[in-house]
Ligand binder design. Structure first.
Ligand code: BT5
Length: 326
């Protein structure tokens, strides 16, 4: 793609101007075409300085999602190497599922700037205004169905670690997969198995992070927050996506080698309510006890007066005894 070639040439000469003539010679298109491509790139959010005498210089990359900018930021070998980015999708998970069914490769990553019908778990809705990071990854790992919940735990840890490294934020994980800051939900994860796991072993891992938009864009009734609200500035979504994908790739390969302990302890370090008295809501029933930890398959262990109970993620909700978080 000519536009990517232009970006590549400008990016590899960060401190110099590259003349329109040189670009047109190297890429074998007219100078007028170069000028038009530069204009489109500027509309896409690239800040490009143009000087009649000297040529063009790339000053800034866009903060919002851009295929070229993600590819530049990626350090993975498989995750995100195939990218499908749209301005708008009903749901990246739905699209990823379709692409997986059509043979989409391991690591294929679907992103949308806006989702019109973002999905939460159990048919719940996920509000997905512009400026968020709405991303789904097709995983075909060398793991069994019993390991599916470990992959969603891995996604939580990957996001939390990326946010800590990039923005020095300490985010809590509310079992199983809510990421919270000061008790307010910042991100959610939706893992879905596609088809017969035993036959194709495909999991769609959907990750939604409230990033570059004010909290007011979300319904007032939600206990939610956004990175913009917390940090006061817009973050580079391409770098954030690339960092999460890299961490997730490492987690997946550790799990494939059978290493769960490290993931479990990273997860536990961030778990909200661990070791505390909590309540578990399962339909009409409420169980109270001490949140002891998570089992080898990612289930919650609750120590109650009647002994230990195990809850797998699904139709249960975790509440603090006093309901101070979520
Ligand atoms: C989740 O569900 O937390 C999983 C969310 C996964 C979203 C990603 S975005 C990319 C990919 N494509 C999709 O279509 N989905 C995934 P759950 O634990 O069921 O939480 C849903 C509940 O969170 C809703 O019922 C609301 O109460 C609340 N909620 C909805 N939108 C929210 C938002 N943007 N921020 C915080 N809370 C929200």
């Amino acid at each position: 793609m000519v536009r990517h070639d232009i970006l590549h040439l400008l990016a590899t000469h960060p401190d110099e101007y590259v003349s329109g003539e040189r670009l047109s010679q190297l890429l074998n298109v007219t100078r007028a075409a170069i000028w038009k491509h530069i204009k489109v790139l500027k509309d896409e959010g690239f800040e490009i300085e143009g000087q009649t005498k000297n040529g063009y210089r790339l000053l800034k990359r866009p903060l919002f999602l851009n295929e070229w900018a993600i590819q530049q930021a990626l350090t993975t070998t498989s995750l995100g190497r195939a990218i499908y980015l749209e301005d708008e999708l009903a749901s990246t998970n739905v699209r990823a599922k379709e692409l997986a069914q059509q043979g989409g490769v391991h690591g294929l990553t679907v992103l949308a700037k806006y989702q019109s019908v973002g999905q939460g778990r159990l048919q719940r809705q996920w509000e997905s205004p512009k400026g968020g990071l709405w991303m789904s990854v097709v995983l075909r790992p060398d793991l069994s169905l019993a390991d599916a919940s470990k992959l969603t735990l891995a996604a939580s840890v990957a996001i939390v670690d990326a946010l800590e490294e990039l923005f020095q934020l300490r985010i809590g994980i509310k079992w199983p997969n809510d990421l919270v800051f000061n008790g307010q939900k910042l991100a959610g994860i939706l893992g879905e198995v596609v088809g017969e796991w035993n036959a194709v072993q495909t999991l769609i891992l959907g990750m939604g992070i409230n990033a570059n938009f004010p909290r007011q864009r979300l319904s007032a009734s939600l206990s939610a927050t956004t990175l913009y609200e917390i940090l006061g500035y817009e973050v580079d979504l391409n770098i954030l996506a690339a960092s999460i994908l890299k961490r997730l790739e490492n987690e997946v390969s550790s799990l494939e080698k059978g290493a769960f302990q490290e993931l479990r302890s990273s997860w536990s370090e961030r778990a909200v309510g661990l070791g505390e008295e909590v309540r578990i809501l399962q339909r009409e029933q409420v169980f109270q006890g001490i949140f002891k930890g998570i089992s080898i398959d990612g289930a919650l262990l609750l120590e109650t007066v009647e002994g230990e109970k195990i809850f797998s993620a699904g139709e249960v909700q975790l509440r603090s005894k006093t309901s101070t978080y979520l």
